[in-house]
Each structure stands twice: as structure tokens, then as C-alpha cells.
Design a protein around this ligand. Sequence first.
Ligand code: NAD
Ligand code: MG
Length: 380
Amino acid sequence: MKKVFILGSTGSIGVNCLNVIDNLKDDFKVIGLTINSNTELLLKQIKKYNPELVVTRDENSANKISSEIPEGCELLVGEEGLIKAAKESDYDILMGAMVGFAGLAPTIEAVKRGKRIALANKETLVVAGELVTNLCKTNNSEIIPVDSEHSAIYQCLIGENLNEVEKLILTASGGPFRDKDKSFFENATVDEALNHPNWKMGSKITIDSATMMNKGLEVIEAHWLFGLPAEKIEVVIHPQSIIHSMVQFVDGSIKAQLGLPDMKLPIQYALTFPERVQNNFARTDLPSISTLNFFEPDVNKFECLMLAFNALNQGGTAPCILNAANEVAVKKFLNKEIKFSHIPLLINKALDKVENNFSTDLGTIFECDRKTREYVLTLT
Ligand code: NAD
Ligand code: MG
């Protein structure tokens, strides 16, 4: 029986993770759930999974549900509560399904305890890839990626030698604006940007898909997960999202992992690895898909992709600045405070303005994140 602690249980990945665990029944038990503010769904989850502890982001949410928390279930609050839970509770696997920088601190606590990290929260590796991967080595903690591209690459690398990898090929759907002209970005609406053709996800990552910052963050994530430099990581547009990513080896051979665009498969893989477990998820019917296309991405149109490659090449806290600026810019766009086309402009300004620091300890990263947010909040 494996005990699972889910950070972000009410989100798109969190809910999918619980569905996966329903199918794995007797082998996995949910012991902890954490949320931002969806207390209604949390209460339903508490009833069904009977966890030992839950964490809400603030007192307000905690007060709403405190009288309905069953005996034997501890209710904790805020970042302090998250860290305490990650540090002290009894679990085998941390499912990192929170969105954004906020996932970093509890993930680090789990890494320090040598836990398995099933990682969806790519921002953790973007902002602190060096620190987190070093801590993994010293504490014998393993990160099994949940992000579908990285799960695909992880699966392609089983039985292979990293020295024999020529390049990683990350596939990207191209998002809802794949075929639009750059001029369209001036007046692109929130609803249009949230209308992803292939994947149903939380709003932040869906906007990241429309700007292609998501792929940029994934390039940085792949760099830290697989230890390859930026020039060995290529992005290819693949509109059908059937090939989740590929690895090309030094002899020219390419391995790919295929499946429907459904996060349940990479989530299950991260939980059950190294085993594969039978399930009833829908199967890929290749004749009905019939065609798979591939294109080069247009980095002049999708500037965020270029900004992410540049930040990775700069190193230090540049990826942390990129991420913090992006989080603030996306929130501003979702609140209709800025245009879609301003997202890369704000990020670019932050990369110019906020000083890059090459010591990447946790204090430096938190300070860099705070400074960048403060600066980008002042921009329009
Ligand atoms: P989401 O917005 O649907 O869910 C986020 C979850 O985190 C919610 O449960 C929310 O309550 C919780 N949360 C947010 N901020 C919090 C805070 N400050 N404190 C505590 N809890 C907080 O997001 P999502 O789409 O499920 O994505 C989660 C992560 O997984 C992101 O990093 C995303 O990039 C990554 N990811 C998602 C998908 C997908 O298909 N949705 C695919 C690949 C990777
Ligand atoms: Mg992905």
C-alpha cells in the first residue's frame, strides 16, 4: 500500500490523480489533500478518501469547513501548514499538482525526506532546477515527471544510455493560436486564449499554452530532469497531441511515446513506476487518427518560447525571473488588465530589469521571485 499526499487536489491534475487512484484501489491510499479555495470540492474529497490531513491556503477557507472536518483528520492552514504537512506527515509519494511557484517549498521538504515526487508542477524545476535536482541526489529522492512530454521522454529513455542521446524532441500542440497571425494577438480575448484545442487544464497553463510559454517552461524542465543542454532540446509543433515527445539517439534512431491527450496515463505511470498497471482508460485508435503532422515553431510569433530558451542559456536566476514575470503577466491578462500581446513584453522587461543572480540557493530564489513580482505588478 503506497500513501499519496496530493498538493492541489481540486485542480485539473489533482482531480485526475484521484480518478487514477480510484482505479488502483487497494494499492494506493490518499493521506493528504491541499487546496487554494475550493472548499466545496475538498469536503467531497474528504468524505470519499478519508485523509489524515488537509491544508487550505488561508484562514477564510479553513473557517468555512472546520466544523465539517471528521475526527482523525487534521486541518492546517497556509504555507506554514503546507510545509509542516510535507515535512511531518506519513506518505510515500508527493503528487505535486499545485500551480506556480507556490509548489516549490513543500516539494523541497518532500525531496529532503527522500520521497518519490510525482511532479506536475513544472514551475518548481524552472525556478529551482539546480537546487532541487542536487537535493534529489543527496537525499535519494526521485522525481517521476507527470508532464506528458517529460513522461514520454522518461519512458523512451528506459534501458538507454543518456550519453547516446543526440536530442530530445518536445512536441507542442501549438495551442489555440497556432494558425493565427501575430497581429491577432493584439485583440485576442481571454475566452479565445482559454479555448485549447486538445487539453482541458487549469487556466494558468492554458494561457501558457496559448503563448507557448508552457513549452518554454517545459524546455527548462527537460534540461533539469534529463541533464541535457538547451541545444539538445528541440521543440516541434504536432497539432494532434498523440506523440507526447521523442528521443533521438546518436545513431539517428528516434523513439516516441504515443497516447491520447489524457493526463491520467502519465499520472498513473508516475505513481506505479517501474510497474505498468492495467486500466480501462480509452485506447488510441491509430486508423481513426490517420494523420500526424509536424511543423517548426515560429519563435517570432511565439516570443515566450524564445524568452525561455534565452533564460535557460543565461542561467542563474533568469528562469526564476521569467517564471515570476509570467505568473504575474498571465494573472493580469486573465483579469483583463493587459492585452495578450503584452505578456511577452512584461516578461522581457523583467528579464532586463531584475538582476540575475548566479548563486541559486533557496533564499536567493525566494528573493528573486518576490522582487520580480513586485516589479511586474507595476507594469501595464
Ligand atoms: P489548476 O489551476 O487546475 O489546479 C491547481 C491546484 O493547486 C488547485 O487545487 C488549487 O487549489 C491549488 N493551489 C493553487 N495555488 C495554491 C496555493 N497558493 N496554495 C495551495 N494550493 C494552491 O492547475 P492544473 O492545470 O491542475 O496544473 C497544476 C500543475 O500541473 C501546473 O504546474 C501545471 O503547469 C502542471 N501541468 C498541468 C497539466 C494539465 O493537464 N492540467 C499538464 C501538465 C502539467
Ligand atoms: Mg506538458
